[in-house]
Design a protein around this ligand. Structure first.
Ligand code: GLN
Ligand code: ZN
Length: 740
């Protein structure tokens, strides 16, 4: 018998990022609200049609958003922080998303372990939420006119919403305020003729969430009374210790992710209630690869021995993958054939639901075989990894001993994080090169002119350690990926990162090797122009992995180690070219942490090893820097110590010195680059502000441990802001040096 199919949300930006363009036009006053809303609606309708034509039985609707769907629920529930009072409609919405003069936006943070960012709701203890679901109900109404019974509204569970919020009051009080509003929503959906809804409740996959059972039991008992079929949907990991009671909650169906974690094992050992339907999240919504026929076949068979009352869906919303792999006509055929973006994921769900999927599965199997023949396999990398010993991950001298061999600089040495403004002219150069309008050597000459200007400027400003400015880099991962073999790049593979921001992650499809030096040319150009020290700049192995779509048949550890080997060779080459300081950025190291804290150590152990493999080749005289931004260190500081970087630069200005306190509180002994000014705001901080920020640092760390720098790269800033800000920063450092 064919199995029913369902979707849990779809790629939202449009095939050609139409929503991005519409949003930016609206923000720049180049278009009006009506045309923005029309674009958003058109994309959604097109997505519905794609899913309908794709043969999906139950289509998740209501995930359309102008910025972020968590924000949408926050606004619908009337959870408006007092500072936004008085604003209305789109003005209110975008003020909460992006801030307004004098009114800071909501905080933004990562959605579970994805690269998607949501806006964090703020709920005061005395909040009196007043719901208005009219936009949602309108979307549902529209979807029903096209999809009829197939439309299944997607609702964010109040339990997940509250757990992701900044709250002041007691959890049960906040939940008690929200539940009647949700009951009301479900009633209104019922009045529209809706019979089933999805409640997305991914919080259930996190470990150690306090009182989760009470909150979810209370929630689903109340919501079930309305009389709709409730699909409780979880994703991104297994239900772990919550499996037993979650599967007993009073709902009609439970959706589980069978692509991550050990839900299959839980199902097999603990069973599944006969009166409920099981949603099988089998097609991986978090990567770009087609299903592996033998493994999905085995999983499905194993599930069927426990329950046959199932329906199939992607493992999560398809917002995490690009639209359509058939658009990638420039990729080699054997690779393209095994890629699966949102449209192909739909096809896979449908084919798995068919009575006899064997013919289709056999074809996918053949495509995988062709891919395996084609994908670069480099035995040499495997040999090198196999032959590694512990000493390959170890600097030749411990920190305290190598320190005196490294460059001696004034107290409070000043530097930057690497990138300088990427002006429209610089971006145009790359476009011209790509279009063949300028030759490679013309391109290099123009880049070198940028480097020269940047060096001169840094000398004028009086920085101690200079950088070349990263003008040749589009993006810190893409740049290296393009130079390494084993990475592929798409033309249209955009996924939403936040709001209108999209990223196009590279795809790791084979063994990773470096064919030639990647950064030495620009480093040498910069070095030849100054007598000051120029830092070599690299992106770390873990960040490259975490910001790509990795292969799923090779452990992430191994892919990180392969990248690390390539970087290790680059470190050696930079050193040979005269680099006394090399920075290896790892801003994405923390975000790779698994959702379950019991798996953190396993991840951190190889992630830190990968960094060490890249860095440890450096001679004791070479100072290794690393940079991380916008992350909390508290719980992982000891693993950060194990990186054994000589200098760790951090964001510290937005967190009000909290990041620094975490580090110093844990007794960190190496040097810390104190990120004393926020590069994301178009503001020039004063000397006094920076002196003050630094003084807090001095009070907490011995002077010898402190460096002075902005909190991240300056790529998105304009020169008019950068120059005075850096001047003030250098001035602030001087003032501190002169203090007794
Ligand atoms: N070196 C990079 C830059 O300056 C670091 C960027 C980052 O941390 N995200 O742009
Ligand atoms: Zn940064």
């Amino acid at each position: 018998m064919t199995i029913q199919t369902m979707t849990l949300g779809y790629a939202r930006m449009g095939k050609r990022r139409e929503l991005k363009k519409a949003l930016e036009a609206f923000w720049n006053d180049a278009s009006d609200a009506e045309s923005l809303l029309k674009t958003s609606r058109d994309i959604d309708v097109e997505n519905w049609k794609t899913q309908l034509d794709g043969g999906i039985d139950c289509i998740g609707v209501g995930d359309r958003t102008l910025y972020d769907s968590v924000l949408d629920w926050t606004v619908r529930l009337g959870l408006i922080p007092p500072r936004f009072r008085g604003l209305q409609g789109l003005e209110l919405y975008f003020a909460m998303a992006r801030g307004q003069t004098g009114i800071p936006a909501l905080e933004m943070t990562k959605w579970f372990d994805t690269n998607y960012h949501y806006l964090v709701p703020e709920i005061k203890a005395d909040a009196e939420p007043q719901a208005n679901f009219s936009d949602f109900l309108e979307i549902v109404r529209q979807s029903r006119s096209l999809l009829g019974e197939r439309a299944v509204p997607i609702v964010l569970s109040p339990v997940t919403l509250l757990h992701l919020s900044r709250r002041k009051g007691k959890f049960e009080d906040d939940l008690a305020k929200l539940l009647p509003l949700y009951v009301d929503l479900l009633e209104q959906l019922k009045d529209l003729g809706i019979t089933q809804v999805q409640l997305h409740d991914p919080i259930g996959v996190k470990s150690g969430v306090p009182d989760l059972q009470t909150a979810m039991t209370e929630t689903y008992s109340r919501l079930t009374e309305v009389g709709l079929r409730i699909h409780l949907v979880s994703y991104f990991d297994d239900l772990g210790e919550n499996y037993g009671w979650v599967t007993q909650l009073p709902v009609a169906a439970i959706g589980l992710d069978f692509t991550r974690g050990r839900n299959l094992e839980l199902l097999q050992t603990q069973g599944f209630p006969a009166d409920k339907q099981l949603g099988v999240g089998m097609v991986d919504a978090r990567n770009v690869w087609k299903i592996r026929p033998s493994s999905v076949r085995a999983t499905l068979e194993a599930i069927r021995t426990v329950t046959t009352n199932i329906y199939l869906h992607p493992s999560a919303s398809l917002q995490f993958v690009p639209h359509d792999a058939t658009q990638e006509t420039k990729l080699p055929e054997p690779l393209r054939q095994v890629l699966s973006f949102a449209r192909q994921k739909l096809e896979e769900v449908v084919l798995l639901s068919a009575d006899d999927p064997e013919t289709a599965l056999a074809q996918i199997q053949r495509q995988w075989q062709a891919f395996e023949q084609f994908a670069p396999a480099t035995p040499r990398v495997h040999e090198r990894l196999r032959d590694l010993t512990v000493s390959d991950l170890e600097r030749s001298l411990p920190y305290q001993q190598r320190r005196s061999h490294q460059p001696q600089l004034p107290a409070f040495p000043t530097t930057t994080i690497g990138s300088f403004p990427q002006t429209p002219e610089v971006r145009k150069l790359r476009l011209q090169l790509k279009r063949g309008e300028i030759t490679q050597s013309e391109y290099e000459q123009r880049i070198d002119a940028e480097i020269a200007q940047c060096i001169e400027l840094q000398e004028q400003v009086g920085l101690d350690v200079l950088v070349h400015g990263e003008f040749e880099r589009t993006d810190m991962v893409e740049f290296f990926g393009q130079k390494l073999s084993g990475f592929a790049f798409t033309q249209h593979g955009w996924v939403q990162s936040y709001g209108s921001r999209c990223v196009r992650p590279p795809i790791i499809y084979g063994d990773i090797t470096r064919t030639e030096p990647m950064t030495v040319r620009e480093f040498e150009v910069a070095r030849s122009l100054t007598s000051k020290i120029v830092k070599g700049m690299l992106t770390g192995p873990v960040t490259m992995l975490n910001w790509s779509f990795p292969r799923t048949d090779i452990p992430r550890r191994e892919q990180a180690m392969q990248i690390a080997l390539a970087l290790r060779d680059e470190v050696a080459d930079l050193e040979a070219a005269g680099a006394q300081i090399i920075q290896i950025d790892e801003p994405a190291l923390r975000e790779g942490l698994p959702l379950k804290s019991e798996r953190w150590n396993e991840y951190l152990s190889w992630a830190v090893d990968a960094f060490r493999l890249a860095a440890a080749i450096a001679k004791p005289e070479t100072q290794i820097h690393t940079h991380m931004c916008y992350c909390e260190f508290g719980d992982i500081i000891h693993q950060i110590e194990r990186l054994d970087a000589d200098v760790l630069s951090i964001e510290n200005s937005r967190s009000n010195n909290e990041t620094l306190f975490e580090i110093t509180g844990a007794g960190y002994k190496h040097q810390v680059g104190n990120g004393i000014y926020d590069v994301h705001a178009p503001i020039v901080p004063s000397v006094e502000q920076m002196v003050q920020q630094l003084q807090t640092g001095v009070a907490n760390l011995p002077t010898e441990q402190i460096w002075v720098n902005p909190d991240c790269g300056l790529k998105t800033r304009r020169w008019q802001e950068v120059i005075p800000a850096l001047k003030n920063m250098v001035e602030a450092a001087k003032i501190l040096r002169e203090k007794p």
